[in-house]
Write a protein that binds this ligand. Sequence first.
Ligand SMILES: CC(C)(COP(=O)(O)OP(=O)(O)OC[C@H]1O[C@@H](n2cnc3c(N)ncnc32)[C@H](O)[C@@H]1OP(=O)(O)O)[C@@H](O)C(=O)NCCC(=O)NCCS
Length: 445
Amino acid sequence: MNFPVGNQEFFHKNQFIHDFRQASPYIHHLNGKTLVLAISSHVLVSDKLAALAADILLLTSLGMRLVIIHGCSQFIQAIAGRNTAISIDENPITDENALELVKQASGIARFNLEATLSMIPTQVMEHSAPNVRIAGGNFLRAKPLGVINGIDMGYSGCVRKVDAAAIEERLAHNQLVLISPIGHSLSGQSYRLQVNEVAQAVAEAIRAEKLIFLGTQHGLLDEKQQTISELNCIEIRQLLARNITDKRQTELLQTAARVLEHGVQRVHVVSGLQDGSLLQELFTREGSGTAMAKAPFMRIRRAENKDIGEILQLIAPLEAAGILLPRDSEYMENHIHEFSVLEQDCYVYGCVALHVYPKDNAGELACLIVSPNARARGYGELLLAHVIKQAQQLQLQTLFALSTHTGDWFVERGFTSATLEQLPPKRQQQYTSNKRQSKIFCRQL
Ligand SMILES: CC(C)(COP(=O)(O)OP(=O)(O)OC[C@H]1O[C@@H](n2cnc3c(N)ncnc32)[C@H](O)[C@@H]1OP(=O)(O)O)[C@@H](O)C(=O)NCCC(=O)NCCS
């Protein structure tokens, strides 16, 4: 759409205000949280690295504690291509020469990344540039993979132990921890490790909030090659059982399923090549790649005072349209214990209240709202089921609802038309005094 110049400025300003406000709950939530970023070497060799590094520095200045695991296969390829014809990326066996290549490649990857993270992003003034200290060290204890199916895997190893305390100490001193895919054994031998495995072991050991894979794809793909925006553990296992994903995607799904079962809250797969993808994934409702969580992202919980603002925002347009009764913040503060909210990620997408009339063994379902951008996903039905369960737990016998516009919705869900006399006497008085002439529906529990 083309806006006249003045309007464009207005549009951009408003867009900025909207986006900034939308980001604020995420910024607040992630302050002080630990994020493990596994960065593919494809990203490290690309010209997009500087932009990603600037965004990483931004995360640290917003109070996030970061551990970065870097890949090195592209650097190995570059060196091997120049010196010999060894392609180590697909070869799980690491001989002495290959181990030397891994060490060289890791060194180059690491120094390049350190250098890029030491740059002052162009949008930041020199005197206010974030001064991030990068910590490295022997955080990983490794052991050899040994002989598998009669084949000696040489210096290919696996993680034996992560020194979580040492990583924690660096993070507590506001340092960014950078880990290479190489570990050392108790005898002082170095072993080549898989980036995924290191990321998984580190994220679990330090109980990271998030493990984020930054690669070449926008996220995980479904059968139609569309990006999957969200998955929970059940869906991950279903996807794995269907055996439709390629090797890389299968590995990511397996890693995600495992870490989510071991205390990591979220796993994300995001493009490291698309400018701003990481910020979009972390700070917008829509995200940019695939986000995975143990349980479904949506939950219904009791409302708290902190939800009042969002509930009032849901009510406001319906109140203006005469669909719902006006409710102000004082009313909400006094009745918040009667409300439940449907929350997805950090946002409230719906609410419902149960007013109880104990003398009459009855309850009223009120203020059932689903945000317009989340309708027809079954959320209304879930909120109704939630209230029915609450009412049954309180051993109420009747649930009624009053509505001016949504009668059919209730009837299709087991309610029948009722008369004024069927309402509890106290509610009858209110009904007569507010003159809204709402239709009355009731359902036996
Ligand atoms: C009523 C409401 C809560 C339903 O939320 P929802 O999450 O979209 O509901 P569900 O996904 O469970 O159900 C969607 C179905 O209800 C239908 N529906 C939505 N509003 C309806 C209405 N006013 N009358 C009849 N059916 C309606 C949709 O068309 C859809 O039908 P379909 O599945 O055949 O396409 C939501 O539309 C809303 O917030 N409305 C405004 C507030 C309101 O009227 N609240 C009730 C009075 S307290």
